[in-house]
Design a binder for this molecule. Structure first.
Ligand SMILES: Nc1ncnc2c1ncn2[C@@H]1O[C@H](COP(=O)(O)OP(=O)(O)OP(=O)(O)O)[C@@H](O)[C@H]1O
Length: 233
């Protein structure tokens, strides 16, 4: 589904990524972990086409997408739930979902507005409310729903549980558990290692712009030295 090799990128003269490698198979849930400022969001920005890499290659869904524009990559089936949610303040919940609804990858049983309302009943109750009138948790549900109605091959979440109360956070994790069981391929950037071990298949830890550790959930769960050395937990 996704192959990133030797990805290099930065901002102006400051290089941030020094050869990131990452592979995700169809149906897999993968994480990108690491302390603040190590390059996780920058990797996602390159993947979504928001930032042009200075080196390396990205293959997604059988296409070499390195340097493609963001809209073209999105149409190929990549959807991101961005850091900070980025819901439109003056669009209603329903308008968000209708604007993004598309069966881009010709899914047999596509996500529709109605299915998103069934997944998050709270959004149905809030259908006519504007983005700016929603709580943080509701905005997060909307950001996920908005990504799902594009029927992505790969769903990417950048710090989706940041700033949420524990109960709401658990709602989001349960939603991701359910998507995983339905076979959705997912890449998650988040900091709750224990919960991510339960959710995901494989993990990559980024440090100073490179992947310094990779392994499955059993390996990460067993090696607390890795947590201390690379994650500061
Ligand atoms: N728009 C930008 N312009 C200049 N430097 C940036 C920009 N965005 C990020 N950086 C720098 O790039 C480095 C990596 O940032 P990045 O956001 O990728 O880290 P991260 O691992 O996602 O951490 P965080 O959890 O803090 O978002 C940091 O040193 C950061 O200050």
């Amino acid at each position: 589904m996704l192959e990133i090799e030797g990805l290099r990128a930065g901002y102006g003269d400051s290089q941030v990524l020094f050869g990131v490698d990452l592979r995700i198979a169809p149906g897999e849930v993968a994480t990108l972990l690491g302390r603040n400022g190590m390059g996780k969001s920058t990797t996602l920005r390159c993947l979504t086409g928001w930032l042009a890499p200075s080196g390396g290659r990205i293959r997604f869904a059988g296409e070499e997408v390195t340097g493609w524009r963001a809209d073209r990559i999105a149409r190929l089936g990549l959807a991101i739930v961005p850091e900070g949610r980025q819901v439109f303040p003056n669009l209603s919940v329903l308008e968000h979902l209708q604007a993004f609804e598309a069966n881009r990858c010709r899914a047999a049983d596509p996500w529709t507005v109605e299915r998103v309302f069934a997944l998050f009943p709270r959004l149905r109750e809030r259908a006519s409310h504007l983005g700016q009138q929603l709580s943080g948790g509701e905005q997060q549900m909307l950001a996920i729903g908005r990504a799902l109605v594009t029927n992505p091959r790969l769903l990417v979440l950048d710090e989706a549980t940041e700033g949420l109360a524990p109960l709401i956070r658990e709602d989001i994790w349960r939603c991701l558990d359910m998507l995983r069981q339905a076979g959705q391929t997912i890449l998650v950037v988040d900091k709750y290692v224990k919960r991510l071990i339960r959710l995901a298949d494989r993990h990559s830890i980024v440090e100073r712009g490179q992947v310094v550790w990779r392994g499955d959930s059993a390996a990460l769960a067993a090696d607390h030295g890795v947590w201390h050395r690379h994650l500061g937990v």
